[in-house]
Design a protein. Structure first.
Length: 229
């Protein structure tokens, strides 16, 4: 079985409509909460964390009825094998206030609980999982995720990603010599997607960042930064 590096965690609220009796399963979370969850995923991904044979996890928050426990679905959806669902029953006070910022801490606790309960291993133990979650929460918009790098005989260029509360990326470029002395640090343009961050070329005079090659980038120009060191 080939292990896949984590790509996403999504939050849903599940329950039964008291007026119609119909079950529902709805995505939830404001931008700030979604940004926190995204940073957790980014830090885990930076460290090659894996769920196993799938890379998306859907966490369903539901009211805690007697006998219900946290449960990861054992079988994959035949049409969508890249995700699994995990049901998380919570106390009614939390469930009834799930859309409130005051619920963030409890939701993050349950994310950590699911990750540790089902996905900790000798290679990625409970302490590493908690460390990634803690970094994402405490560092917030300042958290850096190493995204890609280019190393030549004289220079190393690294692009780091930050994720803002507005759910936009704010990449950061750093250039080092081969003794790891920082020669350049520069904010790159904020973006919703990462299409403009393709191939990196670096010399002693400049850095060129070419866009990814796809249908959406045909009119995007390379980013050219001259630093002349």
């Amino acid at each position: 079985m080939k292990k896949k590096t984590i790509k996403d965690i999504r939050l849903f609220v599940s329950g039964t409509n008291p007026e119609t009796g119909a079950d529902f399963n709805t995505p939830f979370g404001d931008k700030k909460l979604n940004a926190i969850v995204k940073r957790i995923v980014m830090k885990l991904r930076e460290n090659d964390f894996s769920f196993g044979e799938f890379d998306h996890l859907y966490i369903n928050i539901m009211p805690c009825d007697q006998g219900k426990q946290v449960r990861l679905a054992e079988d994959a959806d035949q049409c969508f094998p890249w995700f699994r669902e995990c049901n998380v029953p919570v106390e009614m006070d939390l469930y009834n206030n799930i859309y409130s910022p005051e619920a963030y801490e409890s939701i993050i606790h349950w994310i950590s609980t699911v990750l540790v309960t089902y996905f900790s291993s000798e290679d990625f133990d409970e302490l590493r999982i908690h460390s990634c979650v803690q970094q994402a929460v405490e560092q917030g918009e300042d958290m850096l995720m190493k995204f890609k790098e280019k190393v030549t005989t004289k220079r190393k260029a690294v692009i780091y990603l930050r994720f803002l509360d507005t759910c936009r990326f704010h990449p950061l470029l750093r250039v080092y010599d081969l003794e790891d002395h920082l020669l350049l640090e520069k904010d790159l343009p904020k973006t919703v997607t990462l299409d403009y961050l393709g191939e990196i070329q670096v010399s002693t005079q400049s850095v060129v960042i070419k866009p990814r090659k796809n249908a959406y980038t045909t009119k995007i120009n390379p980013v050219i930064i001259e630093y002349g060191v």
